[in-house]
Design a protein around this ligand. Structure first.
Ligand SMILES: *Cc1c(COP(=O)(O)O)cnc(C)c1O
Length: 408
């Protein structure tokens, strides 16, 4: 049984306006009760199997292993989960919780749209009214996901703001919730925000780590390193969950190195210049200027493009249990290409950061050991970015033809 924490070291907490105390306390109570209830677990397992398609495979990347000549490379294929990424695990847990609490309406923020997509799909399945807050800039950048969310019956609400991205969407969702919590659950998408969200999201995402542990034991692998990309930190903390309290394997979180180390060019908080601060209801490390103003971020992958990091990861990073490194935009693209060519799978650009870090490490590790990469999502959603980067002329000709066809 997991303990509920308000703080991880000095990180975390519940730094919210008075109005949000009530719904957060109510949520914490419901979460505690659900953890004690075998019916909750039964429902979670049933939906995971039937709707999400769990367990997801642990793939032996044979060609990669041979090419790199070091550790045996394994890939946890979260990208095969319904809606294409690990986000659905947390969405499932919170939707079941919202049902228990008698809520009828779900609101969520989304950046790239993967969390919004998973939320919209689960709301369709479970019969919730669903509203997704999304920055105006992100709506423009991630059109296909907006299309799918609307197909699932969700209302996608554009949020204006300085940047019109995820940060603004979270603020807007919190604002909605403070006056709607009677019938509404706020389904936060990563292992951050005020307590109990960091614990709750880790708990629901730890299904990844439990499966990996079982799969590793069954294969008798001697795992030296586990690697995951880190946006807010939910896929990483879920993937690492069963190994945090052990001294082995090495755990590595990969942040977005973007296009440079200057302010606004990356999203490296642990491995870069994160400063202690409070945003979105929790204390952690954030990319801010000297006056504490949140800096813009950049990554080729929208999912890693967030100025903060979940409090538990920040704590474990400071303590030294988890190491952090960065991969830049180019490195992520190269890794994506590498795994497509050699393994026949397309990583999401986010996950490709983890893949790239693993490629760098694998050859230093002896053959009899294993390295596991968490492929947090698949890359279908990134086709507009990839095609532009890899097949510029051909792709823009195709788009022009489509526009003409559309207009006729
Ligand atoms: C959202 C997302 C991420 C980043 O979020 P975390 O909370 O850090 O896991 C990473 N990969 C994919 C595919 C995503 O959709």
């Amino acid at each position: 049984m997991q303990v509920i924490h308000d703080f991880f070291g000095s990180f975390g907490g519940k730094y919210v306006a008075e109005t949000l105390r009530t719904p957060l306390d109510e949520l914490e109570e419901a979460f505690k009760q659900a953890l004690e209830d075998s019916l909750f677990e039964r429902d979670f397992n049933r939906f995971s199997k039937e709707f999400t398609g769990r367990p997801t495979p642990l793939l032996f990347a044979e060609n990669t292993t041979t090419l790199l000549g070091g550790a045996a490379v394994y890939i946890k294929l979260e990208g095969l989960a319904n809606t294409g990424a690990h986000k659905i695990n947390n969405v499932l847990g919170q939707c079941l919780l919202a049902k228990r609490m008698g809520k009828r309406r779900i609101i969520a923020e989304t950046g790239a749209g993967q969390h919004g997509l998973a939320t919209a799909a689960m709301c369709a399945k479970m019969g919730f009214n669903c509203r997704i807050y999304m920055g105006e800039t992100d709506i423009r950048r991630q059109r296909p996901n907006v299309f799918w969310m609307e197909l699932f019956g969700a209302e996608v609400v554009p949020v204006k703001g300085v940047s019109g991205t995820l940060k603004d969407a979270v603020n807007e969702a919190l604002r909605d919730w403070s006056s709607s919590f009677e019938d509404t659950h706020y389904l936060l998408g990563s292992a951050l925000g005020p307590a109990p969200y960091p614990d709750m999201v880790r708990e629901f995402q730890s299904v990844i780590g439990r499966e990996v542990k079982e799969q590793v034991d069954k294969l008798g692998l001697d795992v030296e390193v586990m690697v995951a990309c880190v946006g807010g930190g939910s896929n990483a903390i879920g993937f690492f969950s069963q190994f945090i309290d052990c001294s082995k394997p090495r755990l590595i979180g990969v942040e977005a190195g973007g296009r440079g180390s200057g302010p606004g060019e990356h999203a490296a908080r642990m491995s870069g210049s994160g400063r202690e601060g409070i945003l979105h209801g929790y204390k952690s490390l954030f990319l801010t200027d000297e006056e504490g103003q949140v800096l813009p971020t950049h990554s080729i992958s929208a999912g890693l493009d967030y100025p903060g990091i979940g409090p538990q990861l920040a704590y474990l990073g400071k303590k030294g249990r988890i190491g952090f490194t960065t991969i830049d935009d180019t490195g992520a693209l190269e890794a994506l290409r590498f795994f497509a060519k050699n393994e026949g799978i397309v990583f999401a650009l986010e996950s490709a950061h983890a893949g790239a870090a693993a490629i760098k490490l694998a050859h230093e590790i002896p053959k009899e050991k294993a390295i596991i990469i968490n492929m947090s999502g698949r890359g279908d959603k990134d086709i507009f970015i990839l095609a532009r980067e890899m097949k510029g002329r051909q792709w823009s000709n195709f788009l022009k033809e489509e526009v003409i066809r559309n207009e006729n």
